[in-house]
Design a protein around this ligand. Structure first.
Ligand code: TYD
Ligand code: MG
Length: 455
């Protein structure tokens, strides 16, 4: 081993560093994710304005600093602008993560198109596809002008020189796992390479005021560093979610230094690239079965926007001793907990029944306000009785079967009315503030026994 180098082990999922190999990562609890990498010890030449970097930095009065909202550049892809908090902030770094093939490159190429259309100079650097492949993709998306420059490159030194020469206003790096820096000895895609590369790009972004988009593949096998190891470095982290089989794609912000998190944007993958879904509630409820037991509609607040979505439950007799429970799009443990509450507080004997709970449209929801919907769907399927299709349900369910109030109840009611629902089953605690303001019938319930009456 040359002097000044040492080997350490990194978790490829979360970047946890350890001097020895471990089977399970203490940081993220994933198995088999540690990979040996060589790192240089001693002088870290690339630290961002660390001590001794020679840059004289002085404190400035907060009031003297100029910053305006219109420093943001809108992409005119509304769903994306909202997720970004109102547009792209100059000099910011945005990480777009997601499974391979979900549409990251397509989305960013569309962003490039919008920005170049507005006269911004954009540089798209791909380490994955050839110029011809990008061209073919671009042809599906639409017409492009001369402001978009393409380059196939993986060496960061070359990329740095190109950026300094071309001086674009935004740069897209597709993907960070293919980039490498000669100073780091480990392979491209390893934790140290990915971090070092991001660090260099960060310096470029902040130094020249260029907005940088980085693509990061979410990897399952743990041999390549995932985007999570970069989350703390960048300004904004967006994840592209959804099934490849389902056309809907959800763009979710999990970190945003310039806007609210948990905001989502909904897209649909079509023949000509990603198309915005302006009214997601409508889209998610399309094709909903009528007169089917186990199907209810809930309302979840995603960021600042209410979204109506269908929950389906199927409860059937268990064939072999142990009942099966599965859930798609909803936390599995939450479903189990709510079934226990139903058993104990509403007297449903679910012990020898299988239960399958699904969220339609490839969405994932974690808000407690959908609890009551899950409970109602399971009970409806168990009793084989239909819940009125004009009924919207929301409310958090506690362990003693009580229905607790939720935030932003009024927005939920408004969205339900807008989409033609006739009634809302909601927590009694939320009723007072909304009663009488809307034409839609409001039904308050304080525990799940009361709620069962509406099946
Ligand atoms: P892509 O952007 O290459 O995914 P990623 O960069 O996240 O790996 O998206 C690839 C998928 O999208 C591919 O399966 C083809 C599909 N697609 C369409 O359906 N329509 C289109 O117009 C485009 C460009 C891609
Ligand atoms: Mg791609």
């Amino acid at each position: 081993m040359p002097k000044g180098k040492k080997t350490v082990f990194f978790c490829q999922n979360c970047g946890y560093e350890s001097p020895k190999w471990m089977g399970q990562c203490p940081g993220c609890r994933q198995w088999n994710t540690f990979v040996e990498e060589t790192v240089s010890t001693g002088n870290k030449g690339n630290s961002v304005q660390g001590p001794g970097s020679g840059i004289k930095n002085k404190p400035v009065a907060l009031t003297k600093i100029q910053a305006r909202e219109d420093d943001r550049v809108k992409t005119d892809i509304e769903e994306l602008d909202r997720v970004l908090g109102g547009g792209i902030v100059q000099g910011s770094m945005v990480l777009v993560g997601g499974d391979p093939g979900i549409g990251k490159s397509t989305l960013l190429l569309q962003v490039c198109r919008q920005l170049s259309e507005k006269g911004h100079k954009i540089l798209y650097i791909s380490g994955e596809e050839s110029l011809r492949q990008i061209k073919l993709r671009a042809e599906r998306i639409g017409e492009f002008n001369d402001q978009l420059l393409l380059m196939c490159e993986t060496n960061l030194e070359t990329i740095r020189h190109t950026i300094e020469e071309v001086k674009p206003e935004a740069v897209v790096i597709d993907s960070i796992q293919t980039m490498y820096n000669e100073q780091v000895s480990s392979a491209p895609g390893s934790v140290s390479q990915v971090r070092e590369s991001t660090g260099i790009l960060m310096q470029i972004a902040k130094g020249l005021g260029i907005s940088v988009f980085i693509v990061g593949h979410v990897t399952k096998d743990g041999s390549v560093a995932g985007p999570r190891v970069l989350e703390h470095m960048v300004d904004t982290v967006l994840y592209f979610e959804g099934d490849r089989q389902v056309a809907y794609r959800i763009l979710r912000s999990v970190k945003n230094r310039f806007g609210s998190t948990n905001e989502i944007g909904v897209f649909e993958m079509q023949e000509k690239g990603l198309v915005e879904v302006k009214n997601p509630s409508q889209a998610m409820l399309n094709g909903r079965p009528t007169d089917a037991s186990g199907s209810v509609v809930v309302c979840s607040i995603e960021g600042t926007r209410p979204i109506l979505i269908e929950i389906q439950a199927l409860v059937t007799k268990t064939n072999f001793g142990l009942p099966r429970r599965t859930s798609v799009g909803i936390d599995y443990n939450r479903v189990n907990l709510l079934m226990a509450v139903l058993e104990k507080r509403a007297g449903l004997h679910l012990g020898d029944w299988d239960a399958y709970v699904n969220l339609a449209g490839g969405m994932r929801l974690g808000e407690p306000a959908i609890d009551l919907g899950i409970v109602m769907a399971i009970a409806s399927s168990y009793k084989n009785k239909v819940v009125d299709e004009g009924l919207l349900i929301f409310g958090e369910v506690g362990l003693s079967g009580e229905i607790r109030g939720v935030s932003m109840a009024e927005q939920r009611v408004r969205e339900a009315e807008k989409l033609g629902f006739t009634a809302c089953l909601m927590p009694k605690a939320n009723l007072d503030s909304i009663q009488g303001k809307y034409r839609i019938r409001l039904i308050g319930a304080s525990n799940i026994k009361e709620a069962m009456g509406y099946i």
